[in-house]
Design a binder for this molecule. Sequence first.
Ligand code: FES
Length: 380
Amino acid sequence: MSFKAWLEKPAQHIPTRNWGVNMVRGAAARLSHPLLPDDYAQLFHPLWSARELRGQIIDVRPETADSTTLVIRPGWGFDPRFVPGQHVGIGVRIDGRWVWRSYSLTSVPTYSIRNRALHAPLSVTVRAVPEGRLSTHLTSGVRPGTVVRLQAPAGDFRLPDPLPEKALFITAGSGITPVMSMLRSLARQGMPIDVAHVHSERTEAGVIFGSELRELDEKFPGLRLHLQLTGTQGRLDEQRLAELVPDWQERRTWACGPPELLDSLVSWWSAAGVEDRLKMEQFALRRKGATEGSGGLGGVIRFARSKKEADADGATTILEAGEGVGLVLPFGCRMGICHTCSAQLSEGTACDLRNGHIYEEGERIQTCCTTPVGNCVIDL
Ligand code: FES
């Protein structure tokens, strides 16, 4: 093993674009052995950590009755560069356990050297969902000053460089969040392209960023916003879309919303033969395998390298089960898209909750969307 690899090893799991940062982390870990460098660092500042990326919530802003924007100042070692549309993993301690989720960044990336040095704040906007323990906590119980864990920004739902001449955004509910970062970024550049935006929400009062969306629409002639209030106007259908955006088939399209909307878009775009122009981001994992009652799901997972075990019922993913016993496992989207969570299934079988596919020993699985079928061993 080279000296560089030896030095980096204690921090090799922390994603970073700058290899030098993890050399510093690793050196701190080796110098402070047998204590952890964080045992010293936290005496001085809660955001200094050699083991993980951290941030501090510095502002909590209500957006609607059930959604809140959190402004987070990242700590040392976090690279604040991201592309509008990407998401960031956030871990919060609730009742003694770290609970992780990915949220789209709603702020605009800041690249200046000056702001990098200052750890420019990021923002995410969270809507409470009934079954969402973390989202409920973040929208109703979190206070400025709370320290959270972070994962590096990731995801390929983003605007290309160079930009297309004409774009279409189709969003619904909290699906506005990744597109808000894109819109803010385009606004900062003076709206250099022709943008049509169709956003669906049940009521006017429920529209996240409603006043800002209208202000942008008024300010930039190149941006056309249509709010589809589904409580009174019904859901967006193909005919309505063609009335609102007659050239929709010619536009590069980014869509984010609930599965029913995205399924409809796939069928419209496929029927028109332009599915390659449609880029989508979904909210959450679709757990079809679990709800269709596949028998024998669940079991004990042994994480071989971490030497820990976790129980998972048939509705809990391997990633969630590992986090439940305190492991910090790799993940990105948590929806089966990005493959950041891929790991080898060393023993046993696992079921993909999206489609019921069974993985056998030796195959690679995505821990964010699989659950064990009986006992299994994962190479993590
Ligand atoms: S975290 Fe993205 S595929 Fe699992």
